[in-house]
Design a protein around this ligand. Structure first.
Ligand code: FPP
Ligand code: MG
Length: 328
């Protein structure tokens, strides 16, 4: 049975998502025209809004109804957008989601500063909440972890021998922590029951891993039209991701040496790409990665057992399935 679409998963929070969109444009707006066009270029950049969706569903599944979830959902999305703006500078990426990246359009200076600006907006939004829950502390820790993840990734970039553990540590810091924080904060504003908060946090960790492994896989399948970026981008950037790390371990020594040579000279020749594609096929890397992502999705769903039944809990389950089976 195929996983439900993202739109149908979001049914229980459709009104909330519209409120978050409104908050995103209102809270990120700048009174200065140029600043505002640069900011809106990225805030309205066509993302899936995965983190707000996770936060809203987690909050609803834990009994929270109200505007505070909208604020926190907008906050996690703004942190995510800011981090991508900086990530694209680091990666020198020309396009994201089919659009020019901010630094390609207006230069590195504007991009770095727009990332900082969004971050400042996040701080103001958190201060305005006057809430006593630990959202501020969680997000301070999360942002630190994201920066640490990017630093380690930059340091390890170009390292063909990176271990699976190092790789998992990096993706957990870079991507997993914000996804986990989104779920945890949703739970915290909805309930005081420690067992439930812990379950939803576990769910977030596992869902983050499932999404990331599929992200890595889709990098090999990406076409400009569907994803707004070229395939094999990670390898071009000198990043070994889960599929190649696994391939490296199962292919012959000769193939691994050849892979390393291609990796070191950076992949750009058609022929090299075709050769790697044939290896990925021969060693059944795609079904293997899908299977690992599936395991994470199942782990995520099991973590929700303490939660009372509700449409939002069901949607969280479907979202985990979507994360493991998605094609985009
Ligand atoms: C995308 O990774 C990047 C991230 C998920 C996190 C980036 C984090 C920072 C730049 C540090 C934190 C900065 C702020 C302002 C909070 P990727 O390059 O693997 O994925 P991609 O293919 O989508 O670019
Ligand atoms: Mg990147």
């Amino acid at each position: 049975m195929s996983a439900p679409s993202l739109d149908s998963i979001c049914e229980p929070i459709s009104v909330d998502l519209a409120a978050v969109e409104k908050k995103l444009s209102e809270k990120s707006a700048s009174q200065y025209d140029f600043v505002d066009s640069a900011v809106q270029h990225v805030v309205q950049g066509g993302g899936k809004r995965l983190r707000p969706i996770l936060l809203l569903l987690s909050a609803k599944a834990c009994g929270h109804e109200g505007e505070d979830a909208h604020t926190l959902a907008a906050v996690v999305e703004l942190i995510h957008v800011a981090s991508l703006v900086h990530d694209d500078v680091l990666d020198e990426a020309p396009r994201r989601r089919g659009r020019e990246t901010l630094h390609s359009k207006w230069g590195n200076k504007v991009a770095v500063l727009v990332g900082d600006y969004l971050h400042a907006r996040v701080l103001s939004m958190l201060v305005d909440r006057h809430a006593e829950d630990p959202a501020m502390a969680i997000l301070a820790r999360t942002t630190q972890a994201m920066c640490e993840g990017e630093v380690i990734h930059a340091y390890k970039s170009g390292d063909f021998d990176i271990s699976t553990d190092d790789y998992l540590k990096i993706i957990n810091l870079k991507t997993g922590e914000l996804i986990t924080a989104s779920c945890a904060m949703g739970a915290i504003i909805g309930t005081r029951e420690e067992k439930i908060i812990q379950g939803v946090t576990e769910y977030g960790k596992a869902v983050g891993a499932a999404f990331q492994i599929i992200d890595d896989l889709l990098d090999f399948e990406a076409d400009e039209e569907k994803f707004g970026k070229e395939p094999f981008n990670d390898l071009r950037e000198g990043k070994l991701t889960y599929p190649i790390i696994h391939l490296r371990g199962v292919c012959t020594t000769e193939e691994s040496r050849q892979l390393e040579l291609i990796f070191n000279s950076k992949v750009d020749e058609e022929e090299s790409i075709e050769w790697i594609e044939s290896l990925l096929l021969r060693y059944e890397i795609q079904p293997h990665c899908r299977c690992i992502a599936r395991e994470y999705a199942d782990r995520a769903k099991s973590a929700l057992t303490a939660l009372p039944e509700s449409p939002a809990k069901e949607a969280l389950g479907h979202l985990a399935d979507f994360g493991a089976s998605r094609e985009w």
